[in-house]
Write a protein that binds this ligand. Sequence first.
Ligand code: A2P
Length: 283
Amino acid sequence: MSGRHDTMTEQTPVTETTATKVPTLPDAQTVTSVQHYTDRLFSFRVTRPQSLRFRSGEFVMIGLMGDNGRPLLRAYSIASPAWDDELEFYSIKVPDGPLTSKLQHIKVGDEIILRPKPVGTLVHDALLPGKRLYFFSTGTGFAPFASLLREPETYEKYDEIIMTHTCRDVDELTYGRDLIADLKQDEMMQELLGEENLGKLKYYPTTTREESPKMGRITTLIENGELFGDLGVPALDPATDRAMVCGSLEFNLDIKALLEKAGLNEGANSEPGEFVIEKAFVG
Ligand code: A2P
C-alpha cells in the first residue's frame, strides 16, 4: 500500500522509512473488493474518480506500476454501469501475463492505476433503433454487458434483450450467472430497471468443454438455428435485430461473418449501424 494518508507533520519527522515509501501512483484508485471465481477468473471493484464520466459499455486503461517503475496498463471494459459510485472490472488471470499475473493478487486497500479516459464502441449510441438486442460474449467478454445489463437505457430501447455467454466450463459462467440472478432478485435493481423491463431479458449460457444443460459454441448454435428455436424467436433480421459482440478476436470475426450474412451492418459511434464489436482484452 502507498503512503497516501501519511502526512508529514512536526510530530512525525521525515525518517528513512517514511522518506522511501512508495509514492502515490498517478491516477491511483483504491480497491474496495475482490472476488475470485476460478483459477482463471476474478472480479474487483475500485473507487471511482469524481471526474470520470463514461457510457455503459466503454473501457478504460487500468494497471499497476511495472518492475521498471513505469505504468503497465491494459484496456479493461468497465463492468459496472455508468450510475454506480464505484468501478467494477472482470479479469482473466494469465499465469505469465505481464499485468494479470500481478493484478490477480490485489487486495482490498491496494491501489491500481486508472486513466480516466473512457472509450469504446459497445454503446447504445452506435446502434440504430431496433426491437431485439443480442449481447454475444465469450469468457471475460461478458464484462461490458455486465455494465449494459444494469443500465436502464438497455431496457427502455428494446422489447427483448438476449444475453449469450459461452465459456469452456460451467464455473466460468458464475460471474454472469450471479449477476443476472441478482438483477432479478435485488430490490434496488428491480426499482431502478423495472420488474416488467427485467422480464425482457433472456439469458442463454453455453459451455463447450464441460457438460451443461446447453452445450456448443454460440456460432454453431446460430448456424444450426438452435439458438432461435430454444428462445422462440425468429432468425436474425436486420429490420428488427441489433447486436453487440465481445470476445476473442477469432470469435468476433466468426460472429461478424454470421451477422453480415444475415444482412446486418457494422456500426460505430460516428455512424450507427446494426451491430458493434469489441475485443475482450487480455494481458
Ligand atoms: P472452445 O472450447 O470450443 O474453444 P477462451 O476461454 O479460450 O477464451 O474461450 C471461451 C469460449 O469461447 C470457449 O467456450 C470457446 O470454445 C469459445 N470460442 C473460442 N473461439 C471461438 C470462435 N471462434 N467462435 C465461437 N466460439 C469460440
